[in-house]
Ligand binder design. Sequence first.
Ligand SMILES: [Zn+2]
Length: 169
Amino acid sequence: MREKAKTKGKPRVRSNHKAAAQCSCGAVALEIDVPARWAWHDHSAASRRAHGSAYATYVGSWRSRCRITRGDEHLARFVEEATGHTRSFCARCGTPMLYERAHAPQMVNIPRALFTARTGREPLYHVGIGELQDWTYLGAPLVPLKGFPGVVWERTKRKKRVETDVLFE
Ligand SMILES: [Zn+2]
C-alpha cells in the first residue's frame, strides 16, 4: 500500500525492467531501462559500413537510463570527423556497441541485435531510407535451394543456375 501511495498521481519515471546487451565475445555488457525511448533502422552509408551489414537497427535510450555493466575498459571509441558522431565498439571482438550522435547528446543508440530480451520498442522508424540498397533483403518469398540443405533463396523468373553453382563451389 505504501508503494502505491508513493507513485500516486504521476507515472513512475524509473523502471524496474531492464534489458541486457553484450558484444560477441562477452567482454562488454550493458543494460538499459525498459521501455527504450525509440527504435529505428539506419540505412545511412556510415552505419552500413560500421556494421558491415545492409542496415543497422538501433534502440535509442536516454543516456541516463543506459549503463555499461561490464568491460568499460574494452570499449574503443571512434569519432566520425565529418559529423562528430561517436561509435564505440568492443576492442576485443569488434562488435559495434554504442552510437552517439552529436546533435542528440542526451541519447545513446545501441544495436538491437545485441539485446537478448525485448526492449519495449518496435523499430518502426527508418533513417536514410533514400540510401536503401537494392540488394537488401525485404522479405520476398523464399524457397529451398535444391541440393543445399538449410539454404533458401529468392527464386527469380530467369534461370540463374550458373550463378548459384559458382556461389557454392
Ligand atoms: Zn567483445
